[in-house]
Design a protein around this ligand. Structure first.
Ligand code: PLP
Length: 274
């Protein structure tokens, strides 16, 4: 938060780069849930800063809408922040809603401006009715009893999987309830090996008809610093509480849970140190 406050103070005191005229608006842009870290932004503190320095707050809820909060309303609900304190709430329909497109929720003025001035609204074709219906149906489903159960199942599945990875001594990042669970691997050479391993075991797919699989995404340089490469596991409400050893499979001759599996060696730092 100190860094953000320093940036805000500098922007206010220095103004625009060449003319030093004051900025008309200062925008703070954050993500609700960071997909590379599985961490939530510190929204309460950011709201305080935005009020103190009269900035505009924009929250990208791509990974948090439909996933965080008791009823899936996102990071504001999860962290107990008043929705009115965020000026622009933006999200995509491509994740929790299983469709395409997205939304911007803001004041009437900002929404009108976007409708009439943004190239996306002027030049793009409109959303296909089937996709609009898919997003709408997902939104309605979230408001039902079964929707509430799905959100709570998503949290319990995610927390279970995270705890199991931690028990295996892996370097797991991110917050409770986050369905994005990154594990720091820190060894670029292991990344393609792990990816291939998951592909061969059919794990690296989101769903195979009725059998939901865990989505496994490897992320390395230049998307991360060279030695901060990581594997992201994405959990869904359709999973059951499944242990990594069951999901990723045994290594022949090495009993599951023994800490000897090949996938564990790929994810762990231990033998790198020794
Ligand atoms: C933070 C963030 N914002 C927005 C998007 C846009 O999503 P899409 O292009 O799928 O609508 C993504 C996609 O991964 C994202 O990670």
């Amino acid at each position: 938060m100190k860094d953000l406050e320093d940036v805000l103070r500098e922007a206010i005191s220095e103004g625009q780069p060449r003319t030093h005229r004051p900025w008309k608006n200062i925008l703070i842009i954050v993500e609700g849930l960071y997909s590379m870290e599985g961490e939530m932004c510190n929204l309460k503190a950011i709201v305080q800063l935005k009020k103190k320095y009269k900035a505009i707050l924009y929250v990208d809820e791509a990974h948090s809408i439909g996933a965080l909060g008791k009823t899936g309303r996102g990071v504001c609900e999860e962290l107990g922040v008043n929705f009115d304190d965020v000026d622009i709430l933006m999200g995509t329909f491509t994740k929790s809603f299983g469709s395409v497109g997205g939304y911007v929720a803001s004041s009437v003025d900002i929404v009108h401006k976007l409708r009439y001035c943004s190239p996306g609204m002027i030049y793009a074709t409109s959303m296909a009715p089937a996709c609009a219906q898919q997003a709408l149906s997902a939104l309605r489903e979230l408001q039902t009893e079964s929707g509430l159960q799905r959100v709570s199942k998503l949290h319990s599945n995610s927390n279970f999987f995270r705890a199991e990875l931690q028990k295996l001594g892996l370097c797991v990042l991110g917050a409770q309830n986050s369905p994005v669970i990154p594990v720091l691997v820190c060894c670029p050479a292991k990344m393609p090996v792990f990816s291939r391993m998951m592909l061969e075991r059919n794990v690296a797919l989101v769903t195979v008809f009725l059998t939901p699989q865990v989505a496994v995404v490897i992320v390395g340089f230049p998307a991360t610093p060279l030695f901060a490469c990581r594997v992201r596991f994405c959990i869904s409400a359709a999973h059951s509480e499944v242990r990594p050893s069951v999901l990723f499979g045994d290594t022949p001759g090495r009993p599951s849970g023994s800490g000897q599996e090949d996938w564990w060696h790929c994810l762990s730092h231990r033998h790198q140190v020794s």
